[in-house]
Design a protein around this ligand. Structure first.
Ligand code: ADP
Length: 156
């Protein structure tokens, strides 16, 4: 059976930290679906379509990565796409506490889906979409926080 993992998030924008988690995840899984959870109450920098096209460009060289979006419960979407694993990244103790609660609740909702956590590379610990977005909105240089083949032009 193929090992399919879902990597859910907002990815607004997709950073070098996200990219690294997915690339490392590819040694554990046969396929990774990166899925943008639609949240109509959240003000975003980029539309879902724009975020999808940026992430597709990041993994243009990787046929085992798919990019999609979904509405509703993440655990229901796992079932829809046959994903038995939820991949998440951990940067700090705060991430751990947040992720622990979500993973344990997901376990209650669907026991068959396993959450798998990868620790971020030390140099990516401070990289977070909210701060990267803030710097970008104030015309700061965020190129070093973006995936290797993405430039600031791509975000405009
Ligand atoms: P969410 O809205 O669910 O927090 P994000 O796009 O911010 O979505 O994050 C998606 C996943 O990527 C989460 O598991 C988060 O912890 C992880 N992540 C975010 N930034 C990094 C990073 N710099 N290094 C490793 N993992 C990260």
């Amino acid at each position: 059976m193929k090992r399919i993992a879902l990597f859910p998030g907002s990815f607004d924008p997709f950073t070098i930290g996200h990219e690294e988690i997915v690339r490392r995840g590819l040694s554990l899984f046969d396929k990774i679906i990166i899925a943008i959870g639609k949240n109509s109450t959240k003000q975003t920098m980029h539309s879902v379509d724009k975020r999808i096209s940026i992430i597709k460009k990041v993994f243009a060289d990787e046929p085992r990565v798919e990019v999609d979006s979904y509405e509703g419960l993440t655990i229901n979407y796992c079932k829809e796409v046959n994903a038995s694993y939820l991949l998440r990244g951990l940067r700090t103790a705060a991430d751990f506490e947040y992720e622990r609660a979500i993973a344990q609740m997901n376990k209650k909702l669907d026991y068959s889906v396993e959450s798998v956590f990868l620790l971020t590379a030390p140099e990516h610990t401070p990289v977070c979409s909210t701060i990267v977005r803030d710097i970008f909105n104030h015309e700061g240089d965020i190129s070093e926080f973006l995936p290797t083949n993405i430039t600031m032009e791509d975000l405009k």
